[in-house]
Design a protein around this ligand. Structure first.
Ligand code: TRP
Length: 468
């Protein structure tokens, strides 16, 4: 099992969340925890792992279970070797910017998009099948689940989100929501990508089906050795006697062994199968192989479980680290949507940011999220008469170019594409359709210094081109 490889020279921000409703089992370890920790050791990776306890509220109303699961999961990841120096590891509910961003995103997210979410549709279908009211038992939380998840991801401008196949739609929705926000308010969000690692096999459970809580066929990751042994001896096998050759194909026992063993060890067990190893001996081998890997982790886990304060301190330190970028970024987003200091709103001040806001941008410049040295932005919009127009503003919101009206959004987009590709001077055919910045809003006075205004527009287009 190789870690996900990243063919990029620059750092990838990789983020994933773990819902705090259950106790981790061997399937979670092999399918999620171990590969995530391995990929976090890759030098090009800036990993963010968090405990999605707000999401847990959507799935259960048992407070004790959420608290317990949060501790268990945190202790598990730490015991399995999560390095809090490298990885930003935190609890979702310690970051107040996440629910705040959820609201900003809610306001640009089409309701129709959420109507199409698999989990919500499944709930509706179930109600339809039983003849209940369509929304019976469906909370607004379940409906909004994808928006909260988008906020988790977008707040940190994650590039890649490792998830199981069932979560891919949620990442696609996060992209859609990000694109919608960017369209309205400028290029603030990176569009995230789902990463589904095809190499990570799903582990079979005790009955041979996929190991899953819903099948009640799991082996808890940190079961005490006696219980682990008992569960392993309960794995279903066929009824071939010792001495009879056995098939590795379709053998849950063999597959679980493979997930822990080296290639050589697996080959040795395959030979033993062919030579008719008895099931009891094979199960003993599996128990010992798992115990070899898990025993040291279990000891660390138990030590951490006995020190919930220590675990909490680590999570809070992680949250503080996460907020170092999240707080200024949320401030920038608030400003972008118009939740701004009031100075500057007086008549004629337009949307130029206030000194306070510029101060924020300056503070951001040194932070990890330094929003890609604040770029100029094109903004396309609809005029009151139904026609389409765009403007180009610099990072501070000053107008550089204002277009005339176009009959269709496509025509406006084409003009933008042309300007982006060729620049201002090299697009003379567009000049009659463009007004340079520095003119009064009515366009009556003409630019104070047309040459300087053209130069400013040219430089901005160049910066955009350079940023790709
Ligand atoms: N919904 C994810 C799951 O059930 C957990 C999750 C919450 C998550 N927020 C996330 C995963 C953000 C990736 C990114 O598995």
């Amino acid at each position: 099992m190789s870690p996900i490889s990243y063919p990029y020279s620059h750092t990838m921000r990789v983020l994933t969340g773990i819902t705090t409703t259950g106790t981790p089992h061997l399937g979670n370890y092999v399918g999620a925890i171990r590969p995530a920790l391995r990929s976090s050791q890759h030098s090009g990776v800036d990993a963010y792992f968090f405990l999605a306890d707000y999401h847990a509220l959507i799935k259960t109303d048992d407070p004790a279970r959420i608290q317990r699961s949060t501790l268990e999961l945190a202790a598990t990841w730490l015991a399995c070797g999560l390095d809090t120096e490298r990885v930003t590891f935190y609890r979702q509910s310690d970051i107040a910017e996440i629910p705040e961003l959820t609201w900003l995103l809610t306001c640009v997210c089409g309701k129709g998009l959420l109507n199409r979410a698999h989990a919500y549709k499944a709930a509706l279908d179930k109600n339809a099948a039983s003849g209940s009211d369509p929304d019976e038992g469906v909370t607004a939380g379940l409906f909004m689940y994808p928006v909260l998840m988008a906020a988790d991801i977008l707040l940190f401008n994650a590039n890649q989100v490792p998830v199981g196949r069932d979560q891919v739609q949620h990442i696609e929705m996060a992209r859609d929501i990000a694109a919608s926000f960017n369209h309205h308010y400028g290029a603030h969000f990176t569009l995230p990508e789902a990463v589904v690692d095809a190499q990570v096999a799903t582990l079979p459970g005790l009955d041979g089906r996929k190991m899953s809580k819903s099948y009640d066929n799991t082996i808890p990751l940190f079961a005490p050795p006696e219980q682990l042994k008992k569960l392993i001896f309960g794995i279903v096998t066929d009824s071939l006697a010792p001495g009879q050759p056995k098939q590795t194909e379709g053998s849950a026992l063999f597959q679980i062994y493979q997930a822990f063993a080296s290639a050589d060890e697996s080959a040795a067990l395959a030979r033993a199968y062919a030579q008719g190893i008895g099931w009891a001996d094979a199960k003993q081998m599996l128990f010992e192989r798992i115990e070899l890997e898990i025993a040291p982790l279990r000891a660390r886990y138990q030590a951490l479980m006995a020190q919930p304060h220590e675990v909490q301190a680590q999570l809070q330190a992680g949250a503080a680290k996460a907020r170092r970028s999240a707080t200024p970024f949320a401030q920038r987003l608030r400003h972008a949507v118009g939740l701004r200091p009031l100075a500057g709103a007086e008549a004629g001040a337009d949307s130029a940011p206030t000194d306070a806001a510029v101060g924020t941008a300056a503070a951001l410049a040194g932070s990890a999220l330094a929003p890609k040295p604040a770029l100029p932005t094109f903004k396309q919009y609809r005029e009151p008469d139904g026609q389409f127009a765009f403007k180009l503003t610099d990072a501070r919101g000053h107008l550089l170019l204002q277009s005339a009206s176009f009959a269709s959004p496509q025509a406006a987009a084409l003009a933008i594409a042309r300007l982006k590709a060729a620049g201002y001077a090299a697009s003379p055919e567009l000049h009659p359709l463009l007004r340079l910045g520095g003119t009064s809003p009515e366009g009556s006075a003409g630019s104070a210094d047309p040459a300087a205004a053209a130069q400013a527009a040219e430089a901005a287009l160049e910066a955009l081109r350079a940023a790709g």
